[in-house]
Design a protein around this ligand. Sequence first.
Ligand SMILES: CSCC[C@H](NC=O)C(=O)O
Ligand SMILES: [Zn+2]
Ligand SMILES: [Zn+2]
Length: 420
Amino acid sequence: LHENKESDTPISRFQQYLRINTAHPNPNYTAAINYLTNFANSIPNLHSKVIHLTPTSPLLLLTWPGSNPSLPSILFNSHLDSVPAEPDKWTHPPFSAHKTSDGRIFARGAQDDKCIGMQYLESIKAIQTSDSKFVPLRNVHILYVPEEEVGGFDGMGKFVELKEFEELNLGFMMDEGQASPNDEFRVFYADRTPWHTVIKAVGTPGHGSKLYDNTAMENLMKSMEVITKFRESMFDMVKAGLAANSEVISVNPVFLNAGTPSPTGFMMNMQPSEAEAGFDIRMPPTADPELMRKIIEEQWAPAWRNMTYKITEKGFLRDIMGRPLMTLASDSNPWWSVFNEAVTRAGGKLSKPEILASTTDARFMRRLGIPTFGFSPMKNTPILLHDHNENLKDTVYLEGIKVYECIIKSLSSFEGSYEH
Ligand SMILES: CSCC[C@H](NC=O)C(=O)O
Ligand SMILES: [Zn+2]
Ligand SMILES: [Zn+2]
């Protein structure tokens, strides 16, 4: 037991990273960055830099210089933070990185996304060990950003505004993806964008015993019915196999807020004058934003039903050139071909490129027109991000390092260019 703990292997290093609690609401970014910097310093030719985006939000940028640094560089991104975990509901404590006898490592962040953060480094170490003469053609950057799980606004969102970012002269980026339950790796060429939407009804207050028209609750409940129908129409397309989950507009209620407080809860004999509901709406890049706005305005929160609404867009549907926010995943994008071939050479196979159902920091790059793929090399693995008992098998983790060895070698050696 003892010697296991003290051995220094890719698995033990992964476990050590997982044991650093970077879950919200109090992510220990300092400890994570110190750990990563120490490991990076043990690998030749890696330079490190810490940049504070806010006093409490640092990022770590590592650079492996290429032989032709004037070429656009490539960047491998991961986020430092994790979502919270409820320890009571886990079979092993979420920051123990406990490894079971069948090799599964349990930890918050094991899949999302501390695996890739360490795999990037392990693969560079392995490349340098197996081929001491290898020098990348392009600069290779490894980036660790804070605050992704809370929207990235104090993380990647701020970083892309800095001159340090501009100086990277980025040509291509890889970011996190998702586990694949089958034998093929998944790759993502777009995210959906969140529209956090709150609808609010006002109405006539009155005694809880009275039947009358135009109460706030009645007005809100009518909207809930309309929204439920919309949700069903989208979900039906998915159930019928006409679209993937991530290709439709999803809408899910996330809070309800109404009632008149009383010492024991709510006044049960008062019909309140205000009621509101919040929704997490996700828009694929193919969706028509004007049409959606019209639906919300005319059907979900019609003024004639005494309703108002507020949409808070947390991402972008178009890039700065006005094009839908997606990266071309076909051979007319040479980065795609190089990436695809590298995965094949590593003995893997990619399934059909997908839109990611949720949202990542990749949107900040795609917005600037930088081609970006989401990829986390975990196959034959249940999708456990944000779930209880998030875990990753040691063999899957180690295979991922091999895959990145091929990917990093190929992408960093790519001589061509891509104008789009
Ligand atoms: C407001 S951007 C939100 C980012 C977040 N990412 C991971 O879960 C998500 O909700 O998809
Ligand atoms: Zn993530
Ligand atoms: Zn996440």
